[in-house]
Design a protein around this ligand. Structure first.
Ligand code: ATP
Length: 361
C-alpha cells in the first residue's frame, strides 16, 4: 500500500528488454529522509529500476508513485523533469560549457528571484565543501570534486527524492570513502528520500538505512543492514555481504554436524544436503596454551596476512571423514601465527547459517 508519506513507491514493476527480464515484480518503498540502497551483482536490474523511477525508462508494467502521486502506470509516464527528482550518475555529467556555479544553478532556472537563486547555489556549494569554487570549470576539478558538484546540483531545487546510480564508482578508494561520507551527511541534512544503486555491499551498508538486495530482476530481501548481515534469508544474500566459508553436511536429527558442533537445520528435512555458511569473522583464534585445558577445536595455520584493521588467517582442519577443510578466519588487529602453528578455533554461531546445499551450487 502506498501512502502520501512515501517519497517513492514502486508497485510490482516489471520490465523486459526483448527476452531479458530486467525487472520482475519489483515493489519497494522509500520514505522521506530515508536512504535505501538497491544492491546486487552486475546485470541484476538495479539501474533499470532506478531509471524507471526517474522516468528515463518507460514503464511497461506496474505503477510508480512519488509523494503519493502516480507518475507512471503503464498508460502514461510523467517526464523526468516533472517528477521533482534529483539525479546523480556515475559519470558526474556536469555540463562542460558551464562553470560550477551555473551547473548548480541549472536546476533552479524556474526560480524567479535571482538573489534567492544565487544564495541557494552558494549554500549548496558550501554544504558539499565546494564553497569558493563557483568560478571553476568542470575540467579543472578532480573526480571527487565533480561528484560533489553533481550532488549540489541535484539537491539545489530541494527535490523530495534523490536517485543515485553508482555515484562513487569512478573514484579511487581513499577519495571514495571521503566523498561518500560527505554525501551521506548532505543527503541526511537535506531530508530528501534517497534511492541509490550500488554493487558494493560495504558501500550499501555504509550509506543505507535499508538495503534491497536484487537478483535476476527480483528483490530477494529488504531490511536494515544489520538484518541482512545477521539474518540472511538465503545463501545468496549471506554470501553477497562478505567472502564466506562453506561447509557441506547432511541433515540428521534436525541438525548439521560441523567441526564446531551441531547447528540447527531449521526447516530442512531429514537427509537433505545442507551448506553451512560461516563468516570469516565468526571464527575466533587463540594460541594453544600447552598448560591449559585442551581446546575443543584446533586448526593448522596455512598462512596469515595482515590486511590493515584485520588479519586473515588461512586454516586447515581435518574433518571426521579424514578430509581437510580450508577455512578463512578474519580476526581484529594483528594476529599473525607462523605457518604450521596449531591454533584453537571457536565459532560464533550467530554468524553461521544453514541453507539447502543446492542454493550454493
Ligand atoms: P550493472 O551494475 O552492471 O549496471 P544492473 O544491475 O544495474 O547492472 P541493468 O543495467 O538494470 O543491471 O541491466 C539488467 C539487464 O538488462 C542486463 O541483462 C542488461 O544487459 C539488460 N539491459 C539493460 N539495459 C538494456 C538496454 N537498453 N537494452 C537491452 N538490454 C538492456
Amino acid at each position: 500500500m502506498s501512502s502520501v508519506l512515501d517519497a517513492l513507491h514502486l508497485e510490482r514493476v516489471s520490465h523486459r528488454f526483448g527476452e531479458i527480464r530486467a525487472a520482475d515484480g519489483v515493489s519497494l518503498t522509500v520514505r522521506p529522509g530515508e536512504v535505501v540502497c538497491l544492491l546486487g551483482p552486475s546485470g541484476c536490474g538495479k539501474t533499470t529500476v532506478l531509471r524507471i523511477a526517474a522516468g528515463l525508462e518507460r514503464l511497461q508494467s506496474g505503477r510508480v508513485l512519488i509523494g503519493g502521486q502516480v507518475v507512471a502506470d503503464g498508460t502514461f509516464d510523467l517526464p523526468p523533469e516533472k517528477r521533482g527528482v534529483g539525479l546523480v550518475f556515475q559519470d558526474y555529467a556536469l555540463f562542460p560549457h558551464l562553470n560550477v556555479r551555473d551547473n548548480v544553478a541549472f536546476g533552479l532556472i524556474d526560480a524567479r528571484d535571482g538573489e534567492a537563486r544565487r544564495a541557494r547555489v552558494e549554500e549548496m556549494l558550501d554544504q558539499v565543501g565546494m564553497a569558493g569554487a563557483g568560478d571553476s570549470w568542470p575540467h579543472e576539478l578532480s573526480g571527487g570534486q565533480q561528484q560533489r558538484v553533481a550532488l549540489a546540483r541535484a539537491l539545489a531545487p530541494k527535490p523530495r527524492l534523490v536517485l543515485l546510480d553508482e555515484p562513487f564508482s569512478g573514484l579511487d578508494s581513499r577519495l571514495r570513502d571521503q566523498v561518500r561520507d560527505q554525501t551521506l551527511h548532505v543527503l541526511k541534512q537535506s531530508g530528501a528520500a534517497t534511492l541509490m544503486v550500488t554493487h558494493d555491499s560495504e558501500e550499501a551498508m555504509f550509506m543505507a538505512d535499508r538495503i534491497a538486495v536484487m537478483r535476476h530482476g527480483r528483490i530477494v530481501q529488504v531490511g536494515r543492514p544489520t538484518d541482512l548481515y545477521c539474518q540472511p534469508d538465503s545463501a545468496f544474500v549471506a554470501g553477497f555481504f562478505s567472502e564466506i566459508n562453506v561447509l557441506n553436511g547432511i541433515v540428521k536429527d534436525k541438525s548439521v554436524t560441523t567441526p564446531f558442533g551441531a547447528l540447527a537445520a531449521g526447516s530442512l528435512g531429514e537427509g537433505v544436503a545442507a551448506a553451512v555458511l560461516i563468516r570469516p569473522e565468526a571464527l575466533g583464534l587463540a594460541p594453544v596454551d600447552e598448560q591449559g585445558p585442551e581446546p575443543a577445536c584446533v586448526a593448522r595455520v596455512l598462512a596469515a596476512r595482515l590486511l590493515g584493521r584485520t588479519s586473515l588467517v588461512h586454516l586447515c582442519m581435518g574433518d571426521s571423514g579424514g578430509a581437510h577443510l580450508h577455512l578463512h578466519a578474519r580476526v581484529p588487529g594483528q594476529f599473525l601465527p607462523a605457518e604450521n602453528d596449531i591454533v584453537a578455533v571457536e565459532m560464533d554461531r550467530r554468524q553461521a547459517f544453514v541453507f539447502p546445499a543446492e542454493e550454493c551450487a
